[in-house]
Design a protein around this ligand. Structure first.
Ligand SMILES: N#Cc1c(-c2ccc3ccn(Cc4ccc(CN5CCOCC5)cc4)c3c2)n[nH]c1N
Length: 247
C-alpha cells in the first residue's frame, strides 16, 4: 500500500517512522510519502490560507495550493488513482469497518487541513477524479487533521498482511467478526502471579482453555455493559443470554 499525506506540518507525521508503521515501511509493506503543502504556494510568504467568504471565525485554506499539491501527488494523467481521505469534524465516523475497507485500497491520499478547513471547491474538484471520503475520528474538536491521519494510518496499517507478527492478531479485535465481535477487551494479566497482594484470576492459570474463553467473554460483556452499553444493542439476543445482560 502507498500512503501520501499533504500537510503544512509534515513533521507532525514523524510518528509514522516508528513502531508498527515504521516497521511496516522498513519491510516494504507500506510506502509512506509526506508532502509540504507550502511547496505549492508560490508567493513570497507561501500563503495557504485566507479570510472566509461570508465572514466568520478563523481562516480557510486556499484552493490553489491544495489543488496543485493533490495533482502533484496524483497527476490527472498519471498511473492509478488514490482514494482521498479528508479528516474533518463534520465527516463520517472513522470505524473499524472503515479501517478494514481502507486496508484493501492500493493507494490512500490524506489531506489533513488546518485553520477552518479547505475551500469546498477543492473537495468537489477532486471528487471528479477520485473517490473522496470526509472522515471524523471522534466527537471532539481538534486543531487540525494530522492527528486523525496518525490514527487512521495506524488502524489501517495493522490490518495489512504481514504487519502484525504471528503473536499478535487482528482476529481478536473488539470490532472484528467472531465470538468477541462488538465487545470491548476484558482485563489482561502477565507475570508475576501475585503482585502487591493482588493475584491473577485462578482460571487464567488453570490451563482449562474452555473455562478461560468463557471467563474472558464474561469479562468482555461486563466491561462492554459498563463502558459501552450501546455496543450491546448490536448483539443479537442469541449472542447474549438474559443472565449475561443482567450481569
Ligand atoms: N478527523 C477529525 C477531527 C477534527 C479536525 C479535522 C481536520 C481539521 C482541519 C482544521 N480543523 C480545526 C477545526 C476545528 C473546528 C471546526 C468547526 N468550526 C465551525 C465554526 O466555528 C468554529 C469551529 C473547523 C476546523 C480540523 C479538525 N476535529 N475533530 C475531529 N474528530
Amino acid at each position: 500500500m502507498r500512503i501520501d499525506v499533504v500537510s503544512i506540518f509534515p513533521e507532525y507525521l514523524a510518528p509514522l517512522d516508528v513502531s508498527l508503521v515504521g516497521k511496516a515501511r522498513a519491510k516494504g509493506l507500506l510506502d509512506v510519502r509526506l508532502h509540504q503543502l507550502r511547496d505549492q504556494a508560490h508567493d513570497v510568504h507561501r500563503t495557504v490560507d485566507d479570510t472566509p467568504y461570508g465572514g466568520g471565525p478563523g481562516m480557510v485554506m486556499k484552493p490553489e495550493p491544495w489543488a496543485a499539491a493533490l495533482e502533484a501527488v496524483a497527476p490527472p494523467d498519471g498511473e492509478g488513482v488514490p482514494r482521498l481521505i479528508v479528516p474533518t469534524p463534520s465527516g463520517r465516523p472513522f470505524t473499524q469497518e472503515l479501517a478494514v475497507e481502507l486496508a484493501s485500497e492500493p493507494w490512500l491520499l490524506f489531506a489533513p487541513a488546518r485553520y477552518e478547513g479547505i475551500d469546498r471547491r477543492v473537495i468537489e474538484d477532486a471528487a471528479t477524479r477520485m473517490r473522496v471520503d470526509e472522515v471524523s475520528i471522534g466527537d471532539y474538536v481538534l486543531a487540525g487533521g494530522e492527528v486523525a491521519v496518525l490514527v487512521m494510518v495506524e488502524a489501517v496499517a495493522r490490518l495489512l498482511p504481514g504487519v502484525l507478527g504471528n503473536a499478535e492478531s487482528v482476529r481478536d479485535d473488539s470490532f472484528a467478526p467472531g465470538a468477541m465481535a462488538n465487545l470491548l477487551e476484558g482485563p489482561v494479566y502477565t507475570k508475576p502471579a501475585e503482585w502487591r497482594g493482588r493475584e491473577v484470576p485462578p482460571v487464567l492459570l488453570s490451563g482449562n482453555h474452555g473455562a478461560i474463553a468463557r471467563w474472558r467473554r464474561d469479562q468482555a460483556l461486563r466491561r462492554t455493559a459498563e463502558n459501552r452499553p450501546d455496543l450491546l444493542e448490536r448483539l443479537t439476543s442469541g449472542d447474549v443470554d438474559k443472565h449475561d445482560r443482567a450481569a
